[in-house]
Each structure stands twice: as structure tokens, then as C-alpha cells.
Design a protein around this ligand. Structure first.
Ligand code: GLP
Length: 260
């Protein structure tokens, strides 16, 4: 794992945007896995800025989102469809046919999930998967106890996750109980995993994911098994890491060719 600690979320998000830009410029048909939540909002702002001011071209980008609530239509203001179009897709030149977000209204969820996996495969696999981190250690909607080799499927949200997301639904009673999410195995198949986490409330989950044992009770700890997992955090989210100084030392001495 590469742990990169930045002074604040703005600097961390800019670094994340630079890495994605590099992948988009290097690959003829880049396949990018995207996440929702508050955490990647600044990253998406930087990508939009790079598109507008530097001509970063998204016309060949194929996008796959991590997850979506079950039962929400795409135009529901709290749906991840709505979030993605509002915060990124409507502001860049991605082709709508290259956008994939799980369908919260899918009738036959198991076969829909198989098809989603197939579509990722047919696109050539994910070049990079962007991840946020739940306060309970989840990635996507893979809640604690998720199989570390799980594939796209339906999951039941924990009480904590429903509480964390209540604000987007005008109250906890309106938050769906289920979501379709890429599995941990699906995420680990990405060529690069880039997890972002900001703020004190993520500090414990980050410490457990990075320095704790690999366990399905902390789904993000599965990233320890990934050959290229980058954990990009601000100082607050890094505050419970024991080996903070070492991670900073590594970053400062990164060989020139590894920089992004
Ligand atoms: C939701 C999403 C996750 C996201 C998490 C953290 O549960 N399914 O993909 O990482 O929230 O959200 P936030 O970034 O708002 O803290």
C-alpha cells in the first residue's frame, strides 16, 4: 500500500486528479471506476477544471460506478445517478453510452449484477477504481462481514451507513435498506485502487484499514492484498496511523519516474 498524506483535502484531491489525468492520457480507452459521497467532490471539480482549462479529453473514457441504492429511480435527487451527472458527467465530454451506473430499479437483481460484471470485463477491466471510505470501514457498499472475494450484488446497509446518509434523504426513515454494489473482489481486480479519506471521522477506519489485520469486518483492509493500492488522506484522516512518519518519508523520497 502507498499511503500519501497531504496537508488538506484540496491538495490530496488535486493529486488524485493528476493521477487520473495521467491514466486518461496514457490509455487509448481508459476504464475508470468512480465513487460517490462527499469525499470525491473536490476531485471531480479538479477533473472538470482540467477538462475546461487544459482540454483533458473524456471522449474515450468508459466509466463504471461502484454502487447505487435499490429502489431509487435515476432522477431521484439522492440517487448516485443524479449525483454523477450533476457533479461530473454533465460537465465533461464523456459519451453517455460509456457511462455505467448500477440500475437501482433492475427487476432481476442477480442477473443484472452478473451483466454489470460482464460489462466491466468486456470494457477491458478497470484501469483505476476511486474509493471513498465509510466510517465503518466499508468500500462501495461492502459493509463489514462482506466476503473479500465478493462480486457485484445486493447488500443490506448497516444502521450506521443509513444514519451517515440520512442527510441526503431528509431523514433516516427515507434511506433505502439495500444497494447494488461492486464486490470487494470486483474492486481488487482494478489495476490501481485509489482510496480517498478526509477528516477526523475517518481516522479510525483508515488506521484499521491500513495497519490493522486483513478482515472482512473492515472491508477496506482488503486493499492490503492489492498490488497497487494508493491511500490518499489529509492530516486529520491520517491522525491515528502509527507509522505516519514513515509514509511521509516514503513520499518525499519517491523516485522521479513514480511521481504523478
Ligand atoms: C457511501 C458510499 C461510499 C462512500 C461512503 C463515504 O456509503 N457508498 O462509496 O465512500 O458513503 O461517504 P463520504 O465520502 O460522504 O464520507
Amino acid at each position: 500500500m502507498e499511503v500519501i498524506i497531504q496537508p488538506d483535502s484540496e491538495k490530496a484531491s488535486f493529486l488524485a486528479a493528476r493521477l487520473i489525468k495521467k491514466i486518461i492520457q496514457e490509455k487509448p480507452k481508459p476504464v475508470i471506476g468512480l465513487a460517490t459521497g462527499n469525499t470525491p467532490l473536490l476531485l471531480y471539480k479538479f477533473l472538470v477544471k482540467m477538462h475546461r482549462e487544459e482540454g483533458l479529453d473524456f471522449s474515450q473514457v468508459v466509466a463504471f460506478n461502484l454502487d447505487e441504492y435499490v429502489g431509487l429511480p435515476a432522477d431521484h435527487p439522492a440517487s448516485f445517478h443524479h449525483y454523477m451527472w450533476k457533479n461530473l458527467f454533465s460537465q465533461i465530454n464523456i459519451k453517455p453510452e460509456n457511462v455505467h451506473i448500477p440500475d437501482g430499479l433492475a427487476k432481476d437483481i442477480p442477473s443484472y449484477c452478473l451483466q454489470y460484471e460482464q460489462e466491466i470485463k468486456e470494457a477491458g477491466g478497470l484501469d483505476i477504481q476511486i474509493l471513498g471510505l465509510g466510517t465503518d470501514g466499508h468500500i462501495g457498499f461492502n459493509e463489514p462481514s462482506s466476503s473479500l472475494s465478493s462480486r457485484t450484488r445486493i447488500k443490506t446497509l448497516t444502521d450506521q451507513t443509513r444514519k451517515d446518509n440520512a442527510v441526503f434523504f431528509g431523514g433516516e426513515e427515507n434511506v433505502p435498506y439495500h444497494a447494488i454494489t461492486m464486490g470487494i473482489g470486483t474492486i481488487l481486480d482494478a489495476r490501481t485502487c485509489l482510496m480517498l479519506a478526509f477528516g477526523k471521522k475517518k481516522a479510525r477506519a483508515i488506521a484499521l484499514a491500513v495497519e490493522g489485520p486483513i478482515t472482512s469486518m473492515v472491508p477496506a483492509s482488503a486493499l492490503q492484498l492489492h498490488p497497487r493500492a494508493i491511500i490518499l488522506v489529509d492530516r486529520d484522516a491520517a491522525s491515528e496511523l502509527k507509522h505516519l512518519d514513515y509514509y511521509q518519508w516514503v513520499f518525499e523520497h519517491k523516485p522521479e519516474w513514480q511521481k504523478f
